[in-house]
Design a protein around this ligand. Structure first.
Ligand code: 5GP
Length: 224
């Protein structure tokens, strides 16, 4: 069995991905953990890319997955692609902040890299499905939890079919899952409807900057 995190090359790449963001905020504040969740096909990927271009001190966590690499995807940029054995080995060693099975494949967020970025003052964005987002909600309730909704269920179908990356069976499975995921949006702190990309990114940017200005995460009730 190949040992993912014991391979120096691999651990190095998982540990150092995307670390180009300016760390000058380090002495000022700890970064915020930001979760962008919502059904597959809702456009989380495009929203994430645009946010990364526009928001300073924001980095994206690159997930580990057992899914096959799509032709346009790059190792270490889109995902770290591993076998199921490698994934399970990492999971047993507590390497994931959260992980979930989605449409027959495993996906997980590397914990050490996220922690390191937060310590250095960068906000870290997790673009993940709903089961994983619920785990973050329980483990790190102080995170900024954002649910991205489609303007309609039909728009999801059109987008998944238009992507052309999945078989009709896989699209059907993702749509079925999406219906259930939509029922859980009230577990999260903000909802952003992705009808118009520009508007959605605008809302997300405001939410991220507002969170940076927040003093307390919970109300403090002081006795009179
Ligand atoms: P895709 O196979 O289309 O790249 O991703 C399928 C779903 O898995 C998407 O909703 C995506 O956001 C989610 N996903 C990607 N990385 C992770 C991860 O590390 N953890 C969890 N829980 N979901 C992830």
């Amino acid at each position: 069995m190949k040992q993912v995190e014991s391979t120096p090359e691999h651990s190095k790449s998982i540990a150092s991905h995307g670390s180009s963001a300016d760390a000058s905020l380090a002495s000022v504040r700890r970064g915020n953990l930001i979760v962008l969740t919502g059904p597959s096909g809702v456009g989380k990927g495009t929203l994430t890319k645009t946010m990364l271009q526009r928001i300073k001190h924001l980095v994206k966590s690159v997930s580990v997955t057992t899914r096959n690499r799509r032709p346009a995807e790059e190792e270490g940029v889109d995902y770290f692609f591993v076998s199921r054995d490698e994934f399970e080995h990492m999971e047993e060693r507590g390497r994931f902040l959260e992980f979930a099975e989605f449409a027959g494949n495993m996906y997980g967020t590397p914990k050490a890299w996220v922690e390191d970025q937060l310590r250095h003052g960068n906000d870290v964005l997790l673009e993940i499905e709903v089961q994983g987002a619920k785990q973050v909600r329980l483990r790190r309730p102080e995170s900024l939890l954002i649910f991205v909704s489609p303007p309609s269920f039909e728009s999801l179908r059109v987008r998944l079919e238009g992507r052309g990356t999945e078989t009709p069976e896989k699209i059907a499975a993702r749509l079925e899952k999406a219906e259930l995921e939509m029922l859980e949006k009230n577990l999260f702190y903000y909802e952003v409807v992705n009808d118009n990309i520009e508007e959605a990114v605008n809302n997300l940017t405001h939410i991220v900057y507002a969170e940076r200005c927040r003093i307390r995460k919970t109300a403090v009730i002081s006795p009179k």
